[in-house]
Design a protein around this ligand. Structure first.
Ligand code: PMP
Length: 434
């Protein structure tokens, strides 16, 4: 009789010698086990990046979908175009116009969320060993994708206005001297995940100019763009440069479960992307595309985004006030003008990954900063999200977080070091923290 090994025990992976080399980059991070615990109701999770969709008009959406199936079921439940359905690609051009982008539907390809857009862009550009430049810090899901194609992620020093153009020039110079092949710069100029930073217009132009001079392609990821909380959104980089590859998504402005995003790319790149899309999925989810098309056609989607902005503004304000009221001195954080995230910097010597289990004991979860770097930076940082818990829970969560930080600082002052992590650290983040 063959022995029955527990399925989750990776130490007993009998297939370990068979995996492709690219799976070596598919790292599971150190915190997944804790996030399973963090979903318990007594814990305030400031870790999750899930949009708060509870105010969507579900009844209206349900009846619109019912009539869509009744009138057009044969089409919406059939295979479709590898590039995506023509009508939604037209509508997406109207959505992008709100951020100053003028585009033709032929240059848009639909993807299963912008995450798949990222995957396909990386697939068509990156060979093993190629370099992808990214902000410091950058989106954990993108870093994972780049590593899964065996690309090397190099972080470009960034400040409170995003990527530093001078540092970008120096980084590129250094990499070129090492004969590295740089494939693109990946950037999230609006309300970045995880930093919450928005790149001002002037800075965007400087980065674009540096990239043009250096011959670096720009990949602009903009899932939060329409969720500005204070001023009108800054126009997209793509609005002034048609060579920019632009990623968009309905996940935060409508609902992530449909998994509909898009890539706007120069014509030749778009053709390659469609071939890659056909190999990945034959066609992106047809039903979801029609559902979103229908929503854009029949609902006040801009009004809904305005409601989302009002709701997230209340939560952002609650978090910023609670941080100001409770965090010990020597700590600092960003002040996002949109999106979902605040990036906290703690005094040197603190390790947020080791601190997380103590946070969970204190009934608060956050994402340790190291998740957002490919090179081991971020030990003294944490991402706090205000998108999901209501304002009073956010305040409670920040109070607990501040207490945990205070305890770490006491330990640091008394012993010169903080305690190591208490729990064994296993596996990676679940989908809800991205
Ligand atoms: N890019 C960024 C910066 C994100 O934060 C996320 C999700 N959190 C994605 C891309 C992927 O989103 P989706 O696939 O749902 O469009």
């Amino acid at each position: 009789m063959t022995a029955q090994f527990p399925r989750h025990d990776t130490r007993l992976d009998r297939f370990v010698d068979r995996y492709a080399a690219r799976t070596h980059g598919m790292k599971v991070s150190a915190v997944r086990a804790l996030f399973a615990v963090a979903n318990r109701p007594e814990i305030v999770s400031l870790a999750g990046g899930m949009p708060n969709i509870k105010d969507l008009p579900l009844g209206d959406i349900a009846s619109n979908m019912a009539s869509m199936i009744a009138s057009n079921g044969m089409q919406v439940m059939q295979y479709g175009s590898g590039q995506g359905e023509p009508r939604i690609r037209e509508q997406i051009c109207d959505v992008m116009a709100l951020e100053g982008i003028s585009a033709h539907p032929d240059d848009v390809m639909i993807s299963a969320g912008s995450q798949q857009g990222l995957d396909l862009v990386t697939r068509i550009f990156c060979d093993p060993g190629d370099v992808v430049l990214a902000e410091s810090p950058s989106y954990v899901g993108a870093i994972g994708t780049f590593l899964s194609y065996q690309a090397e992620v190099v972080h470009v020093p960034s400040d409170e206005s995003g990527i530093d153009p001078q540092a970008l020039r120096e980084t590129v110079g250094r990499l070129q001297a090492e004969n590295k092949r740089i494939k693109f710069l990946y950037t999230i100029p609006n309300y970045s995940n995880p930093s919450g930073i928005t790149q001002p217009w002037e800075r965007r132009l400087e980065v674009l100019e540096a990239c043009r001079e250096l011959g670096i392609l720009v990949v602009e990821d903009n899932p939060y763009g329409l969720l500005s909380l204070d001023a009108e959104p800054v126009p997209a980089m793509r609005s002034v440069d048609e060579d920019v590859i632009y990623l968009g998504s309905f996940s935060k402005t409508f609902a992530p479960g449909f998994r509909v995003g898009w890539v706007l790319a120069p014509h030749a790149v778009r053709e390659k992307l469609v071939l890659a899309q056909e190999s990945a999925t034959l066609c992106p989810p047809v039903f979801s595309q029609f559902a979103i098309s229908n929503y854009l056609e029949n609902s006040d989607w801009e009004g809904q985004i305005a409601l989302f902005r009002d709701m997230y503004r209340v939560r952002r304000d609650a978090m910023l006030k609670a941080l100001a009221d409770h965090m010990p001195s020597g700590t600092s954080w960003t002040h996002p003008i949109g999106g979902f995230f605040v990036w906290v910097t703690l005094p040197a010597g603190i390790d947020t990954q080791a601190m997380l289990p103590r946070g969970v004991d204190a009934r608060v979860a956050f994402v340790p900063g190291a998740a957002f770097y490919a090179d081991g930076q971020g030990a003294r940082n944490a991402r706090l999200s205000y998108c999901f818990p209501p304002a009073d829970r956010i305040v409670t969560g920040v109070e607990r977080f501040a207490d945990v930080v205070r305890n770490e600082l006491d330990m640091l002052n008394i012993f010169g070091v903080t305690a190591p992590a208490k729990h064994p650290q296993t596996s990676g983040p679940g989908a809800d923290i991205y």
